[in-house]
Design a protein around this ligand. Sequence first.
Ligand SMILES: Nc1nc2c(ncn2[C@@H]2O[C@H](COP(=O)(O)OP(=O)(O)OP(=O)(O)O)[C@@H](O)[C@H]2O)c(=O)[nH]1
Ligand SMILES: [Mg+2]
Length: 548
Amino acid sequence: MRPEDERHGTILLGRLDDWEGQSAVTSPSEQGRLAGPLSMSVANLCHRLQPQVSARTAVGFAEVLRRLGGPLQVAVAGRIKSGKSTLVNALIGRRVAPTDVGECTRLVTRFQYGTVDRVEIVFNDGRKQVLPFSADGMIPAELGIDIDKVSHIEAYLTNAVLQGMTVIDTPGLGSLDAASVSRTEELLGAAKHRKPDGDEDEDEEEGSDELDDTSRNAVAGAEAVLYVVTQGVRADDQQALAAFTAATASREAGPVNAIAVLNKADTIAPESVEGSGGDVWKAATLLSEKQASTLKPRVADVLPVIGLIAESAESGGFTSPDAEALRQLAEMDDDILETMLISADIFTSWECDVAAGTRLRLLEKLDLFGVRYAVEAIRKEPEITAGSLRRKLLDASGLEAVRQRLSIVFAARADGIKAAAALASVTALAHASGDPAERQRVHDAIEVLLAKPEAHQLRLLEALTLVASGAVDMPEDLSEEVLRVGSNADIGAQLGKPGAPRAELAAHALERAGWWRSFASFGATPAQSRVAHVVHRAYFLIWQQIRD
Ligand SMILES: Nc1nc2c(ncn2[C@@H]2O[C@H](COP(=O)(O)OP(=O)(O)OP(=O)(O)O)[C@@H](O)[C@H]2O)c(=O)[nH]1
Ligand SMILES: [Mg+2]
């Protein structure tokens, strides 16, 4: 049967069972762009349903398909001035997002891969306007236009990192400026009934508005979040994470799609953290662990990082003249240097051979901690080159660990995350249609898809999200187990026995499979039982994979 026949015929759910049949629907070029088999199965579902649904829902499906074909969309979110844009620059390896001040820090900017560097302002009415880079290669901090009319900024960069993910810089949550907050909330999917200009939607009952919101979220919404906190996690950080709903309001932040960083680790006073032994990095690590227990299970991990140093080291900000100036400082008398390093004011106002402007520049790039760190590195190794010093600063920033975590948590799971987000969008679109028959058709198709063994990972992600968000209540030890099985890629880690021999892992998987099956049948609430069935199956599949 050719695809066009299917489009005009009744949907043949049986065909969805045929994993091989995928190529009949998605074109080869589309397949190449999809993150993996799960995304492909959801793409097929959209293609097959498109002719069966109303024109409006079909438009939404087209957006879901477009989005499935793109890289994982990672939002960098957090409170105002927590260092989000600085971190974005460090991750991209280019100082392109304006930091500190300027109206652009109040807008959502999507950094995506492009073959030519180009920045566009996208207006609320969909109109676009090309924006020239500023002289230093950055997105201009001021746009010279009415930003209330601006939806967001699209930055296309020829950048290898962006081939793997789209990075979305957001205005600070918790800022006083309501419009910035609503832009961010909208992006994160929390603002269900807000119009783009930030006003509360008053005529919600108009179905078309709802659909527009859903469709917009299906394109603009993030699929994963890198949450930036600083020293104190506050109640609204948790609220913001709770509200984070990638793609649509039905997808909550959890260990599958969210990690957090404790940024500005350099500014932590080690004496304020018990057990740090006076070491800043140790203090930051201890604080991160503490924050992880507060933020979990909303996030997979909290990692300490010094975004500012990472940005300077990674984006060409740290130069040979900077290294020279640090060398000069390293030659100074230790007592005097110690005094200068007490505060930024003393550091820049003290009389010394290094020009005050140069010192100010060093502070802007490295802050006091970075200056001290570099001076110590030079004193230990006087012949160190500017390049090696930059490398040492990068190591000290903790960026590498964040990158690694991003690749483990996000990149390796992009297929599952994207497919799950797309399914949530499809469900939301069907719900918004207001046509019960259409809703049922979509629902049935999703059920069939999820019943396939290959789709098990999606069910596991779903179960994990339900447990992590508290939507399904579980005793603590069980919910930890679900999180472990669902949010690790490595079998040893999934079973809580990293590095254990295969036979032991297999025996354990089988034992847990049996346990969860009995739990599903006896003693569980209906909601728990649904989760338990999925966990049972996960263990069973693990056992099948590693048994002799
Ligand atoms: N000491 C130190 N300063 C940092 C660090 N990261 C960022 N900053 C500084 O914090 C200020 C705010 O950084 P931004 O990156 O603009 O923060 P943001 O979260 O994007 O701010 P908004 O978009 O306005 O909410 C800037 O002056 C940065 O230089 C860090 O790791 N250490
Ligand atoms: Mg910013």
